[in-house]
Design a protein around this ligand. Structure first.
Ligand SMILES: CC(C)(COP(=O)(O)OP(=O)(O)OC[C@H]1O[C@@H](n2cnc3c(N)ncnc32)[C@H](O)[C@@H]1OP(=O)(O)O)[C@@H](O)C(=O)NCCC(=O)NCCS
Length: 343
């Protein structure tokens, strides 16, 4: 008797990004406001990080609401209906309800029917991780279109008294619709992690440790010190400049693309000096437009690449069909880079 065989699944041959959208909170926080919290100067912040201002979310601009705005724009650009979305992936480190995943509420409110929906935690590499998962689902036959969202309210995790991080982080959401394609639209993802460097960017303490303090439990006495993000700036800077330039080059090589063939370079918006060092290491020709969204947006972790991508496309700096090199890197440490065709 022949053994029963599982029916093979066939998906699309290739995938690509069909639409991208972003949401930037209304409130602009200029460097002058940051100077009310820390001993610094506008010039220091601009020259050391490239940041002039960032957006911080208000009470109505929740992770869910920001995601819905960004997703709506990506869906519209892709020209699909929410029912066609076969999965919703939300990458975030700043959604404070552990369960259920925020992705399920977003899927339901968008009208994605019973599409599988889940959250991932991959910090500033989150958009790339989501893109890789979406590509696999589409080519593996488990979804036709996938909504990938990167969303953060990092202001909630910012210690305003910490000179090394108070000026860096911002809030926002970026979304992309990934779907089938006749030609390759997402190159090989070069991704990875290095848990030996987990302490370089981390939450000051776990929620259970924070809440286990007697005063927090009783709600009396000293005010609970809300956990915040801590970063050892210099080692992170060195790692990003040396190791991530190599990863970006590997993504180019894996895609069979040379730097001069790019229509855009869209690195995670961590620090303008990191971007400039990568440009040098990659020998990126001056003719290739580079995302510099950090100046107005700060570091929005998982949201930074789709937000910067949307800005470049809307501003006419980059064009639909161009090739873009994207690279995300951050807490974990984690990273993900790929060459993609712009929607
Ligand atoms: C955070 C960062 C901008 C700090 O810059 P840096 O040059 O490394 O700063 P350092 O901590 O070495 O401090 C250098 C000097 O600036 C001072 N300084 C530190 N923070 C300051 C601030 N906010 N304002 C003014 N001066 C500051 C320090 O006291 C020190 O002064 P000294 O030389 O008199 O001792 C930088 O390390 C960085 O960008 N790291 C990578 C961060 C990043 O990209 N993270 C995201 C990854 S997802």
């Amino acid at each position: 008797m022949t053994k029963p065989q599982i029916r093979p699944v066939t998906g699309a041959r290739y995938s690509r990004i069909h639409g991208v959208g972003g949401y930037r909170p209304v409130r602009v926080v200029p460097n002058s406001e940051v100077l009310e919290w820390i001993d610094s100067s506008d010039e220091w912040i601009r020259t050391r990080s490239g940041i002039a201002e960032r957006r911080w979310a208000g009470p109505d601009e929740s992770v869910t609401e920001m995601s819905l705005h960004a997703a709506g724009k990506a869906i519209a650009q892709a020209g699909i209906t929410p029912e066609q979305i076969g999965s919703v992936i939300v990458s975030t480190v700043s959604h404070f309800k552990q369960t259920p995943a925020v992705a399920t509420e977003i899927a339901q409110r968008l009208g994605c029917g019973t599409a599988p929906a889940f959250d991932i935690s991959a910090a500033c590499a989150g958009f790339g991780y989501g893109l890789g998962l979406a590509d696999g689902m589409i080519r593996g036959g488990n979804a036709e279109y996938v909504l990938v969202i990167g969303v953060e309210r990092l202001s909630d995790l910012t210690d305003r008294s910490d000179r090394s991080t108070a000026f860096i982080f911002g809030d926002g959401a970026g979304a992309a619709i990934v779907g089938p394609s006749d030609t390759p639209g997402i190159g090989k993802l070069v991704w990875g992690s290095d848990g030996s460097k987990a302490d370089l960017i981390t939450q000051t303490e776990a929620w259970d440790t924070a809440f286990a303090k007697p005063d927090a439990v009783n709600g009396v006495g000293e005010e609970l010190k809300w956990p915040a993000l801590r970063m050892e700036g210099q080692p992170v800077f060195r790692w990003a400049v040396w190791e991530m330039a190599k990863v970006a080059q590997q993504a180019l090589d894996a895609a069979g693309i040379t730097a001069d063939q790019l229509g855009a370079f869209i690195p995670h918006q961590a620090n303008m000096r990191i971007t400039d060092a990568m440009i040098k290491a990659l020998k990126l020709p001056e003719s290739v437009p580079v995302a510099r969204d950090i100046a107005e947006t700060g570091n929005t972790s998982a949201a930074s690449i789709p937000l910067a991508m949307e800005r470049m496309l809307q501003g006419g700096e980059a064009h639909s069909g161009d090739l873009a090199l994207i690279i995300g890197f951050g807490a974990g440490l984690v990273y993900a880079a790929a060459v993609v065709t712009l929607p």
